[in-house]
Design a protein around this ligand. Structure first.
Ligand code: ADP
Length: 629
């Protein structure tokens, strides 16, 4: 080659600035230059494939479409070769000498700022190729256009100039020869390159060969249509992407065009490892754009409560080089998250209808995430309400029903959905709160997990019906259809109104500040007393949970409570008489009634005081005069 044939050119001023930023301000995440070069090659191959569909191409028609990467750890060079569309001399100069964007001062300020924060950002500015200078001392680009015109070589050390010279004898496509910087020699190791390609470019739709071995063997099946994919392929892909050994419980594969182009393939693993005590799960869905990884285990494309999903989401509408930081508040990503979340919730709803048994299996393993969603994801709260399942007074033990089923069989005149929390079904069924429900035939949910009341409290209502805890003070159940006179005969006459009122007042004096009011109950059937919450928004179970987590301070020492007593209960009637004959001992009985009711509400009492008092009562019951009295 003669001197005359080598042309030395100045980079456009803007390009120089970009190079300066890339070379001087970026030290971290160097790996991404490999991704950028592979993506450029894949684009060039895609363009060639497209071109060859439009017209018959004679030149180098037989050359297979692929990307090869060769590493030489002796000379510390790294070479990327593709058989894509290539570049003509003019294209070389325009593409690798100038920057397409308008070179406003603002652009560079932003770029410099961005580069300091996150190297991924620089790609957004359409300058992916230049990232090679993070690792390169010198770069040569040899390229020959698909048209067959003789090839050229572009060469630069990233300073102010580049050279262009003829380069005969090339095949179609582009070869990028990188002389690595002294501190970047790790990139001449084939293991490093294999790892990076595996991480970022596994699904590039052309073979990527590192030292002759194809590295990307798993195919990007999510872009294909469902009927082209076998069950085995789906499972194989799950195992790959989820790094899993099991088979998935559910799979959702869908694509959408509006409001943005999405291909998504997500799986629910069989086991919920978080519940199995393996610590908090990290998000498991990767974000791709045109099959190139943008964000691994993305925290942005799904709400946190969907962290149990594994899989991929690919959207062609996203800019390839969007950075992880800017994903957070990118409007497209927000839209993407919305579409994905809605679609997955809809999917679960459909599965619940199609295969209720299987859905219950899912619910048992992952219900806790749905509940988390109700408390944390305001936007999808109502839709998530449909997915909730609880036991109820009408379900068999261990069986669960939906709010929809409940609403579908609500009694005439009933306008609320009722629930009551308890440690287990038996404790709830024999507790005071469900007595009137049983008697009047009103269904009530049993919420058996501590978090449940928070969940239903957040949900607030379902299908226009308020959700109400049965330990609330102001419950108005639909009237009974039974004959009332018969009822009263069974239990005898209740305490007369005047005596009852006096009893209530006296009990309140004994209990003092612990209780707001002692009242006659209209709800108790068998139990003598119960504790109810006057402030409607909290339940006893919520109070217990807050206390246990040390947060009760924030909510005051406890909520305002009433004690309701059952005027028809033999114990209450005898208590009224006992008060007249032995007021001190009657006081013990009141205290014990209160403690019992608190325990049935799931709330704590002082065990020492309670046990001592209980012994005094037992001694008396055993027929001995109590020593303490
Ligand atoms: P971007 O890829 O965002 O356009 P780059 O700086 O990475 O920006 O590349 C600039 C241009 O150079 C590309 O748009 C493309 O036209 C051209 N180019 C880069 N690499 C190749 C390649 N391997 N084959 C053909 N053209 C390429």
């Amino acid at each position: 080659m003669t001197e005359a044939q080598v042309e030395t050119k100045q980079f456009q001023a803007e390009t120089r600035k970009v190079l300066d930023i890339v070379i001087n301000s970026l030290y971290t995440e160097r790996d991404i230059f490999v991704r950028e070069l592979v993506s450029n090659s894949a684009d060039a191959l895609e363009k060639f494939r497209h071109q060859s569909l439009i017209e018959k191409i004679e030149f180098d028609a037989h050359v297979p479409l692929e990307i090869t990467i060769d590493c030489d750890d002796k000379t510390h060079t790294l070479t990327f070769t593709d058989t894509g569309i290539g570049m003509t001399k003019e294209e070389l100069e325009t593409n690798l000498g100038t920057i397409a964007h308008s070179g406003s001062q603002h652009f560079f300020e932003q770029l410099a700022e961005a580069a300091k924060k996150d190297v991924n950002l620089i790609g957004q500015f359409g300058v992916g190729f230049y990232s090679v200078f993070m690792a390169a001392k010198k770069v040569r680009v040899q390229t020959r256009s698909w048209s067959g015109e003789e090839g050229f070589e572009w060469a630069s050390d990233g300073g102010g100039t580049y050279t262009i010279s003829p380069c005969p004898g090339l095949h179609r496509g582009t070869k990028i020869i990188i002389e690595l910087k002294d501190d970047a020699q790790t990139y001449s190791s084939k293991f490093t390159i294999e790892r990076i390609v595996q991480q970022y470019s596994t699904f590039v739709p052309f073979p990527v060969k590192v030292e002759g071995k194809t590295v990307n063997t798993v195919q990007a099946i999510w872009t294909r249509s469902k009927n082209e994919i076998t069950e085995e392929q789906y499972t194989e892909f799950y195992k790959f992407i989820g790094n899993a050994g099991d088979e998935p419980m559910f799979r959702l594969h869908f694509s959408a065009d509006a409001p943005l182009a999405i291909n998504a393939l997500v799986y629910v693993p069989k086991e919920n490892f978080e519940v199995l005590g393996m610590g908090r799960m990290q998000p498991g869905v990767n974000l791709y754009c045109h099959k190139v990884l943008i964000d691994q285990h993305s925290e942005n494309i799904l709400p946190e409560w969907l962290r149990f999903l594994k899989g991929v989401v690919d959207s062609e509408d996203l800019p390839l080089n969007i950075s992880r930081q800017s994903l957070q508040d990118n409007a497209l990503v927000v839209k993407l998250r919305k579409v994905l979340t809605k679609r997955f919730i809809k999917f679960l709803g459909e599965e619940a209808e199609r295969e209720p048994e299987k859905y219950l299996e899912f619910w048992k393993a992952y219900g806790i995430f749905i509940k988390e969603g109700v408390t944390s994801d305001y936007e999808h709260r109502n839709e998530l309400g449909k997915l909730l399942r609880f036991e109820s007074s009408s379900s068999e033990p261990g069986q669960m029903i939906s709010l929809e089923e409940y609403v579908g069989r609500m009694r005439e005149g009933q306008d609320k959905i009722y629930y009551i929390n308890g440690p287990n079904r038996v404790a709830v069924e024999y507790g005071p709160y469900v007595e009137m429900f049983k008697k009047r035939g009103v269904e009530i949910f049993y919420t058996l997990e501590p978090i449940d009341d928070f969940v239903l409290n957040h949900l607030g209502e379902y299908s226009g019906k308020k959700l109400v805890s049965a330990d609330r003070a102001d419950l108005h159940l639909p009237e009974s259809t039974e004959n009332k006179t018969e009822e009263t005969k069974e239990v005898g006459e209740p305490l007369e109104a005047g005596a009852l009122e006096q009893l209530c007042q006296w009990m309140k004096e004994i209990l003092g500040e612990r209780i707001a009011e002692v009242k006659a109950s209209s709800r108790l059937v068998d139990s003598p007393a119960m504790i109810v919450n006057v402030d409607g928004y909290m339940t006893s179970s919520m109070e217990r949970l807050l206390k246990a987590s040390g947060q009760n301070e924030a909510f005051g020492m406890g909520m305002k409570k009433d004690m309701e007593i059952n005027a028809a209960s033999p114990l209450i009637k005898k208590l009224a008489a006992l008060r007249a004959s032995d007021v001190t001992f009657a006081g013990d009985v009141v205290e014990q009634l209160y403690d019992n009711a608190m325990i049935q509400a799931g709330l704590l009492v002082d065990p020492m005081t309670m046990v001592k008092r209980n012994y005094r009562i037992l001694e008396r019951a055993a027929g001995e005069p109590a020593a303490a009295l």
